[in-house]
Design a protein around this ligand. Structure first.
Ligand code: G16
Length: 543
């Protein structure tokens, strides 16, 4: 065995954000950049000697090269085995499943999720724990510390491992097991849902369009929806993963999945449309002529999950990230379920799931999931929707109408201002932070501010505290505005403004969301000075 020790030095800015370390691909390709971070991961988890890890990624540019580096560093660290998805591919939820199912010591996922891919776009690396979930802050803090003091790393000298052939090979003393990326995940889905009911639905002529956005869910969706459940061939479009996602932006929202939106809003639209993101953990649901916001989708799934075999015994509790609309809270209140409010970032759900406090959780950022893995899961959400539609016989629009009739409607939209000058964005947030106290009790364009604070979270399981998790302003009557800076962007700052208004008046339920939120949107600008600070007159993305 030949291990080389390479001298290196700390590199600025290797600090994981909301979900792992995300940077421009060319930054990751700089000498020592990836290696330093991987060495810091090994450090943060107490080394890899004797451990078994999972490795895979979403197939974006540099995925294949990074996999070889990580394997050589695992071998140098004395890892016993690395289980790799064929071609170094694994969707994020499938990686989470493999980590759990094979009782491993964790895994590395190579992805920048919904961010575009390519030599001039984004790359990312994150570590998931033995429970299958993203590393908590305590562990990522150790990674950061390690990146700041690194002076050398160890790497095994070897040719590339063959990751194209299924089976087990070796690198020094370390075993490399190449597995089918889809098989175990597909088997898990079959256990959770009533596949016969969904098959019958497709046999009855139900039409689906699943847009894989040239990303990793293509092979998963084709295998499950078309080959297993009988959706007509061609129901899954853009199904072949490409290193730059076909030049697109693999984020399932009405802007970036516009092709799907056009089809679903047009004449002769299929019954059901869905899209997933770069690494397969996000989802967008759209019915014929009916877009379902992520917060609403979460609420509908929570209200109807018992229809699916996996959740027939009922939910233990539910959770949502703080900026996610409170439509879920209404369901929880009616159904007598505990409802937790966590900071943005799937990692915060991990303890609640592990502790058996919740079964289902989700976020406004197109993420929904359950205790079946420890990541959000795009295809899972699509299958749960299909299971519910198959058993109720309702259309998506009927599901939404019935939901609002029972629970009322939380109109909700997120406005993103992308690549804003970071200093200006921070100044805006700082100024608002200092004014929060004065806002309480004041009138803003005809609405009274009931509370205004900066969100902090005390984890009820391990007692850890997360501070600085977004500025929120709540109004009498149930409206709310939340301001946050994204932790996943790679250029400047992305300002996210989350706007919510509630209505119990059925006459308003079919209103256009942006129209219903018009006054709240104006208040958001008045309170924070968004236009003034960003120099923008409109957001880049409205979800
Ligand atoms: C990640 C996290 C999510 C979070 C989202 C947006 O998603 O896993 O929990 O909601 O980022 O974060 P931010 O608002 O900080 O950009 P993904 O799909 O990018 O892994």
């Amino acid at each position: 065995m030949s291990v080389i020790t390479v001298k290196t030095a700390p590199i600025e800015g290797q600090k994981p954000g909301t979900s792992g370390l995300r940077k421009k691909t060319r930054v990751f390709m700089q000498p020592h950049y990836l290696e330093n971070f991987v060495a810091a991961i090994w450090d943060a988890i107490g080394g890899v000697a004797g451990k078994t890890l999972v490795l895979g990624g979403d197939g974006r540019y540099f995925n294949d090269r990074a996999a070889q580096v990580i394997l050589r560093m695992a071998a140098a660290g004395g890892a016993a085995k690395v289980i790799v998805g064929q071609g170094a591919l694994l969707s994020t939820p499938a990686a989470s499943n493999l980590i759990r199912q094979r009782a491993t010591d964790g895994g590395i996922i190579m992805s920048a999720s919904h961010n575009p891919g390519g030599p001039d776009e984004d790359f990312g690396v994150k570590f998931n724990m033995p429970n299958g979930g993203p590393a908590p802050e305590e562990v990522t803090n150790r990674m950061v510390a390690a990146t700041q003091s690194i002076s050398e790393y160890r790497i095994y000298e070897a040719q590339d491992a063959d990751l194209s052939t299924l089976g087990t090979s070796g690198m020094g003393d370390m075993k490399i097991e190449v597995v089918d990326p889809v098989a175990d995940y597909a088997a898990l889905m079959e256990k959770l849902f009533d596949f016969d009911a969904i098959r019958t639905l497709f046999q009855s002529g139900f039409r689906l369009r699943f847009d894989a956005m040239h990303a990793i869910t293509g092979p998963y969706a084709t295998a499950i929806l078309e080959d297993t459940l009988g959706a007509p061939k061609g129901s899954v479009v853009n199904a072949t993963p490409s290193p730059d996602f076909g030049g697109g932006h693999p984020d399932p929202n009405p802007i970036w999945a516009k092709d799907l939106m056009d089809v679903m809003m047009g004449d002769g639209a299929p019954d059901f449309g869905a899209a997933s993101d770069g690494d397969g953990d996000r989802n967008m649901i759209v019915g014929r002529g009916c877009y379902v916001g992520a917060s609403d989708s979460l609420a509908v799934l929570a209200a109807n999950a018992r229809i699916a075999p996996a959740y027939a015994a009922g939910l233990k509790g539910v959770a949502r990230s703080m900026p996610t609309s409170r439509a879920l809270d209404r369901v929880a209140a009616r159904r007598g379920l505990d409802c937790y409010e966590t900071p943005t970032g799937w990692k915060f759900f991990g303890n609640l799931l592990d502790d058996g406090r919740i079964t289902l959780c989700g976020e406004e950022s197109a993420g929904t999931g359950s205790d079946h893995v420890r990541e959000k899961d795009g295809l899972w959400a699509v299958l749960l929707w299909l299971n519910i539609l198959a058993k109720t016989g309702k259309s998506v629009q009927e599901m939404m109408n019935d939901h609002w009739a029972e629970f009322g409607r939380n109109f909700y939209s997120r406005h993103d201002y992308e690549a804003v000058d970071a200093e200006k964005a921070n100044t805006m947030m700082d100024r608002l932070r200092t004014r929060l106290g004065d806002l309480v009790g004041s009138d803003v364009m005809g609405a009274t501010v009931e509370s205004a604070d900066e969100f902090a979270y005390d984890d009820p399981v391990d007692g850890s505290r997360a501070t600085g998790q977004g500025l929120r302003v709540a109004f009498a009557g149930g409206g709310r505005i939340v301001y946050r800076l994204s932790g996943t962007g790679t250029v400047g700052a992305t300002l996210r403004v989350y706007i919510e208004e509630v209505s119990d008046d059925p006459a308003t339920f079919t209103m256009d969301t942006q129209d219903a939120l018009k006054d709240m949107i104006a208040r958001a600008d008045q309170i924070a000075g968004i236009r003034e600070f960003t120099g923008r007159t409109a957001p880049d993305v409205r979800t």
